[in-house]
Design a protein around this ligand. Structure first.
Ligand code: PMP
Length: 437
């Protein structure tokens, strides 16, 4: 069945004033004409690549199918030339095409069916630009709580009013979202966006189950908001049950698509330093993101895109899948080791839900109440734990609009077993001390 996409005009009321003011960059907008057969271009101030010193770049990588084997990928010819030169704002065409193929395989979304993609310098880059494209200063926004701390400053700089939607072990609480929307203050403009991390949430580590996602999508349709699906931990899903479909996939169950803007990241699976992420969503919003990029940085670096493409292209989609599976299993083992010591030392001192994706444990310290109120983790983590030589993040950092919480976020991605045991022992000692034990 053909996919019905929302028309371009639908998005006009969603665009922020800044987005409406953006104009296409005068030179970059004409780039595509350079490719017209017979065209002689006097257009762009592109440097002449023959003056560049690079003649080839060699990538050595681990084979996805045999960890002991090393693969060699040469960056030369057209791919090298494109990697060394300015390129299209939305991304290097080869990489863009590869990612279209990936999104079709992973999310069942075909190129040309009411969406397009744009490569960013990490997903953070395109995520920030999407928020700026959609939110006006002072706007009410729906955000899951706790909230990824890296996105909070963007909303705060816009003086957004947070409407926090709680999460639990099944992900975002769609019932709470429904209640927020049904009890929306009369006369107040409705929120235009909902921000959520669907797999391995940061900080909670939780993954939203399918039913919750379906309900959120139904609410987006009913109450007319867009879903920002920020999904850097998609490939780090290691749960026992089958992986729930993404919002980007599930929205195909609605009568029309175009309410999901999806953000992917290669940071956790290829390299964080290579800074490649991508946004997929409706054309009018991608256009504004690109116009922002065109004036902010012209484009995501061509060279990192070319390196990424050369590697992915030499692997093919099946090997990419094998690689991401290996990475997810690596983190599953890290999770297991971390939990082993949580159980050993923090039993009765903390509570948690076991994460099934990502790289974080979010746990509640069972501290004695002070003046009849639940004690928050802030001072314990920022002072006592530091004194004992263990660094974690107090949950307050992740509360949109502030507040207190006894929760703590611990990343389990880097430590070896001995370090994990020592860190958790130190944390346990801090909690025991606080309990006066
Ligand atoms: N969103 C979330 C939820 C994250 O945890 C991160 C990385 N910390 C990002 C976005 C940004 O990732 P990237 O490296 O792709 O910019």
């Amino acid at each position: 069945m053909a996919v019905q996409a929302l028309p371009a005009e639908y998005y006009t009321p969603f665009l922020s004033d800044v987005a409406k003011e953006r104009k296409p960059a005068p030179i970059r907008g004409l780039y595509p004409l350079e490719n017209r057969p017979g065209m002689i271009s006097l257009l762009a101030g592109k440097p002449n690549a023959s003056t560049f010193p690079f003649t080839s770049i060699t990538i050595k990588s681990r084979s996805p199918t045999d960890a002991s084997a090393e693969l060699t990928t040469e960056l030369s010819g057209k791919v090298l030339a494109e990697g060394l030169q300015y390129g299209p704002t939305a991304g290097l065409p080869d990489l863009v095409e590869w990612v279209y193929g990936l999104q079709e395989r992973e999310h069942g979304r075909k190129k040309g069916e009411g969406w397009r993609l744009s490569i960013g310098s990490g997903s953070q880059d395109v995520l920030h630009k999407a928020i700026v494209a959609l939110v006006n200063p002072g706007d009410a926004v729906l955000v899951e709580s706790p909230l990824y701390a890296g996105v909070m400053p963007t909303f705060e700089a816009l003086h957004c009013e947070f409407f926090a939607v709680p999460t639990d072990s099944k992900g975002i609480r769609s019932d709470a979202l429904r209640s927020t929307l049904e009890n929306w203050p009369a006369g107040k403009p409705k929120p235009k966006i909902l921000y959520t991390v669907p797999y391995g949430g940061n900080p909670t580590g939780m993954t939203a189950v399918k039913e919750r996602r379906q309900e959120v999508l139904a609410l987006a349709r009913e109450h007319n908001f867009l879903i920002l699906e920020d999904d850097p931990y998609y490939y780090l899903y290691f749960g026992e049950a089958a992986r729930p479909p993404s919002y980007f996939t599930l929205e195909r169950e609605l009568p029309e698509v175009g309410r999901v803007i999806r953000f992917d990241s290669l940071s956790k699976i290829l390299s964080a330093g290579i800074r490649i992420g991508f946004a997929c969503g409706p054309e009018p919003i991608m256009t504004v993101i690109d116009m922002h990029t065109a004036v902010a940085s012209l484009q995501t670096p061509s060279l990192t895109q070319a390196i990424t493409f050369a590697l992915l292209d030499s692997w093919g989609y099946d090997n990419f899948k094998t690689h991401t599976h290996t990475v997810s299993q690596f983190y599953r083992e890290k999770r297991d080791v971390f939990e082993k010591y949580m159980k050993k030392y923090l039993d009765g001192l903390a509570e948690w839900d076991r994460p099934e994706a990502g790289m974080f444990f979010w746990f509640k310290l069972l501290l004695p109440a002070v003046d009849g109120k639940e004690q928050d983790s802030e001072s314990i983590i920022r002072t006592k734990a530091l004194e004992k030589g263990v660094l974690a993040l107090p949950g307050t950092v992740f509360l949109p609009g502030g507040g207190k919480t006894p929760y703590v976020r611990a990343a389990f991605s880097l430590l070896d077993e001995a370090e994990v045991e020592e860190a958790i022992k130190r944390l346990a000692a801090v909690v025991l001390e606080a309990k006066g034990a």
